[in-house]
Ligand binder design. Sequence first.
Ligand code: HEC
Length: 360
Amino acid sequence: MTIGLSFLCGLLASSVSYFMLGLWWPVALLVGGFAWLAFGLLDVKMNSTFTLLGGMLLIFCVSLSAMVLRANDQLSGLQFANTQDEEGTEFRYPVPLLGQARYGEKIYKASGCVACHTQQVTHESVELDVKAMAGEKNHAAAQEAVSRFYRSTGRKTSGGAALGLPVGEWETIETGLNPADASKARNFLAAAGASVDVQVRFRGEDLMQNEHSNPEGRGWGRRRSVAQDYLFAEPPMLGSVRIGPDLANVGARHTRDALMRILLNPRIIRKDSKMPQHRFLFEEADEGEQGRHIIQDGDKAYKPTADAEALVDYLLSLKGANYPLPEAPVNQPFTSSLPDPAPAPAEEAAKTTQPVEADK
Ligand code: HEC
C-alpha cells in the first residue's frame, strides 16, 4: 500500500477512535499511527480475511471496554456520601430501604406505577451571583479587579459596582453568571484582597418554586437526581412518561395518611384528579372498627392491606432529591446576607466564614 493511502487509513482509524469511540486524544493518535505503520510499512493487506476479522475484533474490544466496561466501572464504584438532613444532622446517604419498604418496591413495580410516574428530577441550569466587599487598603485593587472582570467577560461596564465599589459594604458585582465566569470573578477579587460571597441558584421546572429565581418550579425536588440516588434501587424505576408528578422526592412532601388516601381514591384529596384508584390495596373495614388508618370514602370505611402499608413505606422512603451531595448541590444563598447568629456559637461562626464553592 502506498504511503498516501496508508496515511488515509491511519487518519480514518484515529478519527473513528476519537469521535466515535470517545477515546482520549493521545490514545486515538496512537491508534492512528499504529494503523498507518501497519498498512504502510508492514504491508498489511485489506483484502485478507485475517486482517478484516482482526480489525473487527479489535474495534469490538476497544468499544466494549471504552463505552460499556468503563461506564459500568464508574457506576459500580459509587459509594455512600455524607450529607445533612433538614436539622443539619450529618448522615450517610443513600439510606438502604428499611423494613417493609423493600417489599413495597415490588408492589410499586407490580402495580405499574412507573407507567405514569418518573423518579428522576432534572435541572436546566445553574446561575451564580457574586458580591464583593473591599476595605480601605485594598479598595483600589478591588476596583481594578472588578473592571478587569467586566472587560474580560464583555459584560456591562456602567452602573453598580463598575461606577465605584463602596468601602466596607457588600456590593453586587454580577448576577446570573455561569460557573466559569463566577470562578473568574472570585479569583480576580480574591487576588485583589476583597471578600467575596457567592450565591448559587439552580433553575429548572422540576425544582422548588422560587418567585424570583425559579418561578416555573413544580416543587418536585431540591436538586437534580444523580446515579448515587439509585444505589439501593432494584431496579431503578426511572420511568419515561410523566402523566402524574415525579415521585423521586414524594416521601418529603406527603404524610402517610395523605398517601393512603391518594392510593384508595385520589379524588378525596383533589376533585379532578386523573390518578386511578387502587382499591385492590384496601379492604372494607368492619362496622365500627377503630384504627389509625381507617379511611372514610363516601359512606364506606376502608383499611389498608399489608401491601398498601408496604407500598406507602416505600413511597415515604423516596427522598432522593432532598439532600445535597457533592455531585449535586442545592441552592446556596449569600452567606453575608444571612441574619447574624446572635452571640455566635463557635460552630455557626465557622460555617459563615467557610469559602463558598463557586465552580460546582
Ligand atoms: C394512569 C396513570 C397513573 C398510574 C398508573 C399511577 N398514577 Fe399516581 N398519579 C397520576 C396522576 C395523573 C397524578 C396527579 C393527580 C392529581 O392531579 O391530583 C398522580 C398522583 C400521585 C401521587 C401524588 C403526587 C404528588 O406529588 O402529589 C402519588 C403519591 C402517586 N400518584 C402514587 C402512585 C403510585 C404509588 C402508583 C402505583 C400504585 C400510581 N401513582 C399509579 C397518575 C397515575
